[in-house]
Design a protein around this ligand. Sequence first.
Ligand code: ATP
Ligand code: MG
Length: 282
Amino acid sequence: MLARAHPRGQRGLILGYAGLGGLHRAAVAVFGRSGNRAGDAALIEIEGLTKRFGTFTAVDRVSFTVPRGEVLGFLGPNGAGKSTTMRMLAGFVTPTEGTARVAGFDVQTRPVQARRELGFLPEGAPTYPDMTVIGFLGFCAGVRGYHGAARNRRVEQALALTGLEPVAVQPVETLSKGFKRRVGLAQALLHDPPVLVLDEPTDGLDPNQKHEVRTLIRRMAPEKAIVISTHILEEVDAVCTRAIVIAAGRIVADDTPAALERLHPSGRLDDVFRALTTKQAA
Ligand SMILES: Nc1ncnc2c1ncn2[C@@H]1O[C@H](COP(=O)(O)OP(=O)(O)OP(=O)(O)O)[C@@H](O)[C@H]1O
Ligand SMILES: [Mg+2]
């Protein structure tokens, strides 16, 4: 349950970034509380999570915990099992074995409570493409139990956080790839959950938006447990306090970005990544 501490304890956050964009200012307004609540128990607890599709094992006994204040980077080659793990954590895929808990709620046996505590950005574009952005977010807020003024406020905040105001009345299907991605992100942030699971949140964003979203993630980090998957290794240094590398469904490394970089004489994360993930494949 919630009493289990993270094996490494709390780590410091990576802050000290420059440039305060619109997202950051909006984040201050919405997530303006400060300070890492050191000592909080893990908000994400995964134990022996396994997914088999027929005889193929996509995720193989994956275990980890994420306390409040941590941004965990989930790395691994294509097909490594990142999205499948995240989808199991979000309750969208049933595990073959193992358990996942969000804020202490088992995603299989307490799905309603677990989903309330979680925002999930899946891979790809949001569903309901013919809705307008504001219509889609209003619908999501309604499903989350917000109505009237509270619903409008949630939608407005999510639009501001993700820079979607200029396209608010446009149908989602007519948006560019990066804007569609932002709609997915807005939907995940809508209810300000303590746990965020973001599958490639900066995929398809332009460099300015990548910067804005990373800034937003850092800004929210002290109050939340965040897992992001990414193929952009510099993103790990930019936002993550910890990184897990997964290859062929198994965890092959789990440490701070700085400690991972020390695993290779070059000190470069891409060399470490290659060594860890090609060794596994061999
Ligand atoms: N519904 C499914 N049926 C069969 N195989 C599946 C299914 N979903 C995922 N897989 C397989 O599981 C493996 C892991 O897929 P997953 O999408 O989790 O990888 P990933 O690490 O997210 O990769 P990427 O970096 O390309 O997003 C892949 O081999 C994939 O083909
Ligand atoms: Mg994936």
